[in-house]
Design a protein around this ligand. Structure first.
Ligand code: KG4
Ligand code: ZN
Length: 340
């Protein structure tokens, strides 16, 4: 390895995925994700079980990432880890591991905000020819967050709009649960929606001021709607699954774009990105392209492996912190409600 090479180990453990990635000068060499199946039967993430699974997974996942990258641990320049936001018991595992591994190797560590990681995934060097130019707006939509972020620089970000209650991913997952689909239901709603009619059923959209969102009313409306229909016909969900999914998904995506368009016009932004687990949604991706053309935006969509939680995004954020000399000290602690 020569002196110009910066090799970062990224560690992500904020929720229910244990992930480790190796990034060399901004390029991914490996990105290993261990999903935790244990939550499926509970219909949501059980924090205590997540923490325990992270403890079991962290060493094998890091070892696999190092092996797949074809490097030795002594080649590492620094270790990036998710400090928050997330589940405290889950964050503790990644943070403690990063602290001891960095101390053992005598290399610096970088504390990363998970939400900034989602956004900075756009700067992972790969097949894409262009990266967003500052300032741009990123709509970060995940299971825990829905944010419109004005990104002025790598670590100069301002949340200009966010959800007042449920996140977009939560709206997907909770509706899926009501329909009897396993957790996480977002990808399944996306899948069934493909053969459904988005205009078959109408769900209300919220009317929240500024660039903020609300999804809890939508969730309640699908619950009451399905309860009413199931009383009349107990096969209603089964018989109409594709149309329900398509109509519900259409309502969420329409709500998101209403605010995104408003924010971009207000801030004169023409570079627009999406990030977070829900950015894997096929309608969100196609609508970004369609609306982007109409609005004159350059649009940036992460490749699937960098949409949902992964350590590659933590490694790239850590890489920029490394270049700027923003290192964490051994007294750092995880923060479940970390802001930026
Ligand atoms: O970013 P992420 O992996 O974890 C959090 O930080 O929350 O996002 C997970 C969320 C879940 O709510 C999941 O249902 C949703 O992303 N999701 C999707 C799709 N793929 C993942 N939602 C809709 N359509 C998808 N294709
Ligand atoms: Zn996430």
């Amino acid at each position: 390895m020569n002196d110009n090479e910066v090799i970062i180990l990224g560690i992500e453990s904020s929720c229910d995925d244990t992930s480790a990635a190796i990034l060399k000068n901004g390029r991914i060499l490996s990105n290993v994700v261990a999903n935790q199946k244990v939550h499926e039967k509970f219909g949501g993430v059980v924090p205590e079980l997540a923490s325990r699974a992270h403890q079991q997974n962290i060493i094998p996942v890091v070892e696999t990432a190092i092996q797949e990258a074809g490097i030795q641990k002594n080649n590492l320049s620094g270790i990036a880890f998710t400090q928050g936001p997330g589940l405290l018991g889950s964050l503790v595992v990644g943070t403690s591991f990063a602290k001891s591994f960095a101390m053992g190797l005598g290399i610096p560590m970088m504390a990363v905000n998970h939400m900034q990681g989602h956004i900075l995934a756009h700067f992972i060097k790969g097949d894409q020819t262009e990266q967003p130019q500052f300032p741009f707006i990123c709509m970060t939509v995940s299971g825990g967050h829905t944010q419109l972020v004005l990104v002025r620089n790598y670590f100069d970000m301002e949340i200009i709009g966010q959800t007042m209650d449920d996140a977009a991913g939560e709206a997907f997952d909770k509706a899926a649960k009501i329909m009897g689909l396993p957790y996480p239901g977002g990808p399944l709603i996306d899948k069934y929606a493909k053969s459904g009619d988005p205009r078959k059923f109408e769900f209300p959209t919220s009317n929240i001021p500024d660039f903020n969102f609300s999804f809890s009313g939508l969730k309640t409306s699908i619950l009451y709607f399905l309860q009413k229909e199931m009383k009349k016909n107990d096969q209603f969900i089964k018989e109409n699954l594709a149309d329900i999914c398509a109509s519900y998904q259409h309502t969420i995506i329409k709500t998101l774009f209403k605010k995104l368009i408003k924010a971009c016009r207000k801030h004169n932004i023409t570079d627009v990105a999406i990030a977070g687990g829900v950015s894997a949604n096929s309608l969100l991706r196609s609508e970004l392209e369609r609306i982007g053309k109409k609005e004159g935006w350059r649009t940036f969509i992460p490749s699937f492996e960098y949409c949902t939680d992964n350590a590659g995004m933590i490694a790239i954020a850590g890489y920029y912190k490394f270049l700027e000399g923003q290192f964490a000290t051994q007294d750092i602690t995880p923060n479940a409600r970390l802001k930026f």
